[in-house]
Ligand binder design. Structure first.
Ligand SMILES: NC(=O)c1ccc[n+]([C@@H]2O[C@H](COP(=O)([O-])OP(=O)(O)OC[C@H]3O[C@@H](n4cnc5c(N)ncnc54)[C@H](OP(=O)(O)O)[C@@H]3O)[C@@H](O)[C@H]2O)c1
Length: 261
């Protein structure tokens, strides 16, 4: 009997949560397509995981903020005859500061990486999953997706989009045995803090490890969960307290959480 393929394409695999997700998938004997800008880091991860777990990893170095990136990645996997059974849209970044003072080019890149490319990759790979009646999608969203975020306005809005899109798609393709999961972590200790100029923001003092969040998220994806929170306290607050707060109070609290010390 031929072995069923189990290839995961992971964006943002060069660091943080994506790096850890790649390790978890390889440990389960799954092949990988590793995507990010940093080719050297992806090459190092490929060598490590191939040697340790006997899997096959393909590196695709792409800047996901560039229009057409998703199509180029899809074309490359097609040309190499790779079937993507698991799509993990993990790449993303934030940015601290007042909306009107932020660099517009950076804002556009953030929207492209966090939303547009994620949407395009999902569209391109989901069709095959539906045809095969088998597949999993894990979109790395955030607890930020449950409220507006003064001082990280665009980032929070992009994550609201991701959690919304993921749930709607999950409902559409449940009949086809394909699952879509939105992973919603709180603060995680990764390169995200430096990349988004978030040093000094208090909530990262209690950040969880990328390894623990990846382990939790991968499990939630396997179970086909819809929206997965790795922190029970945040799950409770966001589902049962935040929606009941007066909006202006909620916005002030949300802003406070992003103020620098
Ligand atoms: N850390 C947190 O507190 C936290 C909380 C909630 C949700 N999240 C989400 O978790 C996901 C992973 O972030 P992380 O915390 O693991 O941060 P990270 O360590 O900074 O990793 C981000 C990954 O995204 C990739 N990436 C960024 N911009 C890219 C671009 N233009 N093109 C291609 N790849 C790009 C980076 O690779 P290259 O630089 O090599 O391109 C890197 O591999 C993100 O979606 C983030 O929003 C993080």
């Amino acid at each position: 009997m031929t072995k069923q393929s189990n290839t995961a394409l992971i964006t943002g695999a060069s660091s943080g949560i994506g790096w850890e997700l790649a390790k978890i998938h390889a440990k389960k004997s799954g092949d990988l397509v590793l995507v990010a800008r940093s080719r050297d880091k992806l090459d190092a991860l490929k060598l490590e995981l191939e040697a340790q777990y006997g899997i096959s990893a393909t590196v695709i170095a792409e800047d996901l903020s560039k229009p057409g990136a998703a199509q180029r990645i899809f074309d490359e996997t097609q040309a190499r005859g790779i079937t993507v059974d698991v799509l993990i849209n993990n790449a993303g970044f934030g940015g601290h500061g007042l909306f009107h003072e932020q660099n517009l080019v950076n804002i556009q890149a953030m929207m492209q990486v966090n939303m547009a490319t994620l949407t395009e990759l999902t569209h391109l790979y989901l069709k095959g999953m539906v045809q095969r009646k088998r597949g999993r999608i894990l979109n790395v969203s955030s607890t930020a997706s449950f409220m507006p975020g003064p001082l990280q306005a665009v980032y929070y809005a992009t994550k609201a989009y991701v959690t919304s899109l993921t749930q709607a798609i999950a409902e559409e393709v449940a009949v086809d045995h394909v699952t879509a999961t939105a992973l919603c972590p709180g603060a995680v200790a990764t390169g995200f803090v430096a990349a988004g100029n978030l040093e000094g923001v208090d909530i990262w003092k209690q950040a969880k490890s990328a390894q623990s969040v990846a382990q939790f998220g991968y499990g939630a994806m396997e179970r086909g969960e819809l929206v997965a929170f790795n922190e029970g306290k945040l799950k409770f607050l966001l589902n049962w307290v935040v929606p009941l707060l007066p909006r202006k109070t909620m916005l002030k609290m949300s802003r406070q959480a992003m103020e620098k010390a």
